[in-house]
Design a protein around this ligand. Structure first.
Ligand SMILES: Nc1ncnc2c1ncn2[C@@H]1O[C@H](COP(=O)(O)OP(=O)(O)OP(=O)(O)O)[C@@H](O)[C@H]1O
Length: 271
């Protein structure tokens, strides 16, 4: 029986409610309207929907970066703000990967400092030498040369920075990672390499991944299960094979019909 790692129950997010003394103005200001979602240990779950459907809000709420107006977010069976192991441990266990993490990589620090500091802070490594050794192994794993360690973020390409971001997330041995639109705008072969890397890392570390994308073909290539979000409501959920073979909701069918071309290498449109 798979163990649920991250879960939302009746999650409502209303940004207006945080600013107004009078609470939610009306239903129209609710960005998420009662979302029930669960992600099991080791599972790769896609969250798909058109622009403005609430995907990023849901992702940020899963990490506790956006407060629930109603409902709750549970991690390992406990509310996010009441974790038995404490907030610092939660920050290590829940990581985020960015499309181009330029804004999240400190421009004044070398890649070596950027990668080793969090390991020392979170005591994943107990000495600089141990942190350096792990960094070398993980850089190799994500396909970056050791030479990047002496460079600053602006001295890398966008693709290299993304791999640094992936390395930074996985070297903390997280249990849950959120990736929000990380392959959008990349060419198909770069996309495929990043998706293969993520899938392998999930299996190696046993981490769960929430993968947000507006692109159903990418979700299909990577994820075990998918949630389809429309107007802040989950209109369809299920294993990818089922949802893609027999979509139940008209909105899902419209998204599938809008897929322009098959993703090379996944073979899913070949039949
Ligand atoms: N911090 C915020 N304050 C107020 N409204 C917000 C905030 N963040 C997002 N919104 C609004 O919430 C709605 C959903 O936005 P969100 O970014 O979650 O959607 P999305 O599906 O991720 O869209 P996209 O694919 O374009 O990134 C939008 O109408 C957006 O304007």
């Amino acid at each position: 029986m798979p163990e649920t790692l991250v879960e939302t129950r009746g999650l409502v997010v209303d940004y207006a409610a945080r600013r107004s003394l009078w609470g939610p103005a009306n239903d129209a200001t609710r960005v998420l309207r009662g979302v029930d979602l669960h992600i099991d240990t080791g599972e790769i779950v896609g969250i798909v929907g058109e622009s403005g459907s609430g995907k990023s809000t849901l992702g940020r709420a899963l990490l506790g970066l956006v407060p629930a107006t109603e409902g709750e977010v549970l991690y390992a069976g406990h509310p996010l703000d009441a974790q038995p192991e404490g907030a610092l441990s939660l920050r290590r266990q829940m990581q985020m990967i960015f499309q181009d993490p330029m804004s999240s990589l400190n421009p004044r620090h070398t890649i070596r400092t950027i990668l080793t500091r969090p390991m020392l802070l979170h005591r994943v490594a107990t000495s600089q030498a141990a942190a350096d050794a792990t960094v070398a192994a993980v850089l190799d794993r994500v396909g970056l040369p050791l030479a990047v360690l002496a460079r600053y973020p602006h001295e890398l390409s966008g693709g290299q920075r993304q791999r640094v971001g992936i390395a930074r997330a996985v070297m903390l041995r997280p249990r849950f990672v959120l990736a929000d639109e990380i392959v959008s705008g990349q060419d198909v072969s770069t996309q495929a390499r990043v998706l293969v890397l993520l899938r392998e890392l999930c299996a190696e570390i046993g981490m769960s991944l929430a993968f947000i994308s507006h692109d159903l073909s990418v979700i299909r290539a990577l994820c075990n299960r998918v949630y389809v979000l429309n107007g802040g409501v989950v209109v369809e959920e299920g294993p990818c094979e089922t949802v893609f073979a027999a979509p139940q909701h008209a909105y899902t069918r419209a998204l599938i019909d809008a897929i322009p071309l098959p993703v090379v290498g996944t073979g899913w449109l070949a039949a």
